[in-house]
Write a new protein. Structure first.
Lengths: 245, 245
DNA sequence: CGGGGGGTTGATCTCCTTCAATCAACGTGG
DNA sequence: CCACGTTGATTGAAGGAGATCAACCCCCCG
């Protein structure tokens, strides 16, 4: 279920330069090292339920998690996609506002809330980085508002694929070499929850983009992108949107 | 056009206890006092265009502004509604990401970006408050994602009215006494841009809510709410959502 | 009195949802 | 090895919520 055994050195950590600890000096890092602990979750496992008491915060180290909201009648909207280095939890809040679910096997680097908040008060570098990350998330949320409010189903799918491509590229710092390709970390239903669509519409639009040669599929999850500019055009973004090129 | 003349004492400021300066001690406040300046804008005036260089940040003191994104073909989505005490601009970013527009006559308390960033580095209270405010905005944005992605037109209208009522109540700290009533600070078209609808649909749904007795109209802008619980129910929110009651 | 901005209402259309059938991949147990 | 159930995905047909196009109203102001 959970694995508290592994304990990686912060200096070896794959998300060292992007996570909430990115700005920390080595002495600050060693203090964090002392209070951190790892937790593992299986694909499909719920990490926290909305409304639950939440006594920790943490960073996604490997794997992918989602933030979702659910209405009483079951309508669901995903409000965040958490990739490695993303932060979970809110300092100063004791109750979770969203469901957090692991969509793949997941490892998180956690801190109990109280020690982390104390550390934050004493370590401006952490608060600074957290502010940066929160502002980035706010930008992403606002970009998503445009998508949800105004884009067509086809544009939504194209946007989702290009955003995943962009984030993956940013994470691995690898230049798009030859044909770009991405793994969709979500099922059709999860995509639908993210995009404010039904799973059937997601499936239809993916098929349509494939038929029109905008993407190619290899299995259900793996997408190849012969022409990234074409995809961005289909997404309806301003041409420069991605800084991927 | 712009009025740089007035200069209110921070201690007298109506947004003193909610804005980015809320946590400042009196000595910190007097340093802010020295670098602040006021700017006034007329209703309808654009404060900043997306993509423009932006060399200041600031707080809305009085009036209402909006943040909007526009696609190449003209589709518009509002991504933020700025009420008094809300913060405009992003430290560490020199180019505006959204159009900012005054929808009413507006007064802002501004700081040139560089001095403000310096001040932020030296004054944890400011960065702390800004982090709090940004996290609140992120929550609001995520609530809006649920609205845009999953709510019906009727639910969207009911949600908008209840959110404005909630924010107005929070600002004036007045208990809902007798019949609740709010002024809509937006035209039908602006509401449509906020809700991801057309102005015609907004108009129709407002009429429908009126016909069903959920709201009463007095003129086009003034809304009376005979039963706030009924409105919240129409909004599709979890019953406790507003903490207004 | 004319004109324009904001708002309402009506008729039609369309894109997406809904409901449903089918399929492919996979594991399980007889 | 094959019948069976399950899960995720695709495809089809029908219906509906909201968009689109258009007419009209109200009120203020020059």
């Amino acid at each position: 279920m959970q694995d508290h055994s592994t304990h990686v050195q912060c200096s070896e950590c794959p998300i060292r330069h992007r996570a909430v600890c990115a700005k920390c000096e080595s002495d600050e890092l060693s203090r964090l090292e002392q209070i951190k602990y790892y937790r593992s979750f299986q694909a499909g496992q719920t990490i926290i339920w909305s409304g639950d008491r939440m006594d920790f915060v943490g960073s996604v180290v490997t794997g992918i998690a989602t933030l979702t909201q659910t209405m009483e009648d079951g309508r669901r909207q995903m409000v965040g996609l958490l990739l490695p280095s993303d932060f979970v939890g809110r300092p100063g809040r004791s109750v979770a506002a969203y469901d957090v679910t692991a969509t793949t096997d997941l490892v998180m680097c956690c801190f109990r809330k109280k020690p982390f908040e104390d550390m934050m008060a004493a370590t401006p570098h952490i608060a600074q980085r957290l502010l940066e990350m929160t502002l980035d998330e706010l930008d992403a949320a606002r970009e998503w508002m445009l998508l949800l409010g105004r884009k067509t189903a086809r544009e939504k799918i194209a946007s989702l694929i290009s955003i995943i491509a962009r984030r993956e590229a940013a994470l691995h710092l690898r230049k798009p070499k030859g044909m770009l390709s991405v793994d969709l970390p979500l099922t059709r239903e999860e995509m639908a929850d993210y995009l404010g669509l039904t799973l059937e519409t997601v499936s239809r639009q993916i098929s349509a983009l494939k038929k029109d040669g905008v993407i190619a599929l290899e299995g259900n999850r793996h997408v190849q992108i012969p022409d990234i500019d074409r995809l961005l055009e289909e997404a309806g973004d301003d041409s420069d949107g991605g800084m991927l090129v």
